[in-house]
Design a protein around this ligand. Structure first.
Ligand code: MN
Length: 255
């Protein structure tokens, strides 16, 4: 469904997949796996962080639970799609592993993508809009050196249980929160510097687009509660879409 003459870039994140999925999560995962299958037709796929709700890199042990997702990403890579990864507060530690497996950047840092003249700054977005909407303690833990040392001292199952407890607040935001998020985004955009035309974040679990002074800021939505938010850039045109809606719509028939 993403086959197109123009260069096609897909961007998705904030699926917050757990190592042990419950039935609702299995449905979300299946939808994301279908999205990944469709994305084999694209030229590039950007994972904008918090795809994995928990990731910690051990030198001699591998996490169990993400095999199906990683195999789906193998198929995307093997189809010739270039993969990018920007680490989120939950999965920044996956950067090294994903780099080795998919050739994404080794540190999963934000970057600017030139999409046929449209310069898109890609940032996960934690800590960006002053107050953090989604419970952020795990971010503080994983982004800091002391936190990494502390985490390394824990038994893997203890660390997993701890992060699971911290991240149960991953959810959709209320209407009031949405209003505030957009207000803060406008303020951020008015002050932001850098050589880009569009700043795209994830993290806030609320899809929006705001414009200010000739530039734009946008956010991906979530993959919760029937929403399956992603962005598509074709020939320099940026659009926010919902895969759950696309796959139901007859207009989305394969071209
Ligand atoms: Mn996040």
């Amino acid at each position: 469904m993403f086959k197109h003459d123009e260069r096609t870039i897909l961007i998705a994140g904030d699926t917050h997949f757990k190592l042990r999925p419950d039935p609702a999560e299995v449905r979300r995962r299946d939808l994301f796996l279908a999205f990944l299958e469709s994305s084999r037709d694209a030229d590039e796929l950007v994972l904008l962080g918090d795809v994995f709700d928990f990731w910690f890199d051990y030198p001699h042990f591998r996490l169990r639970g993400y095999e199906e997702l990683l195999a789906a990403l193998d198929a995307v890579r093997d189809a010739g799609v270039r993969l990018h990864f920007v680490g989120g507060n939950h999965d920044i530690w996956a950067a090294r592993y994903l780099h080795e497996r998919y050739g994404t950047s080794p540190r999963g840092e934000p970057f600017t993508l030139d999409a046929d003249g449209l310069r898109i700054r890609l940032v996960h977005g934690d800590g960006l809009l002053a107050r953090d909407w989604i419970y952020s303690s795990f971010r503080r833990l994983v982004r800091q050196r002391a936190g990494v040392l502390f985490a390394k001292s824990l038994h893997p199952e203890v660390l997993y249980a701890f992060s699971h407890w911290l991240s149960h607040a991953s959810r959709q935001v209320s209407r009031d929160e949405r209003h505030l998020i957009e207000k803060r985004a406008r303020r951020h955009l008015a002050r932001a510097r850098g050589d880009w035309d569009l700043l795209l974040i994830g993290h806030v679990h609320h899809a929006f687009r705001v414009a200010e002074g000739g530039r734009e800021m946008a956010a991906l939505g979530s993959w919760f509660a029937g929403e399956a938010s992603y962005a598509i850039v074709q020939g320099g045109r940026f659009e926010l879409r919902d895969y759950a809606v696309d796959t139901r719509s007859p207009a989305a028939d394969p071209r």
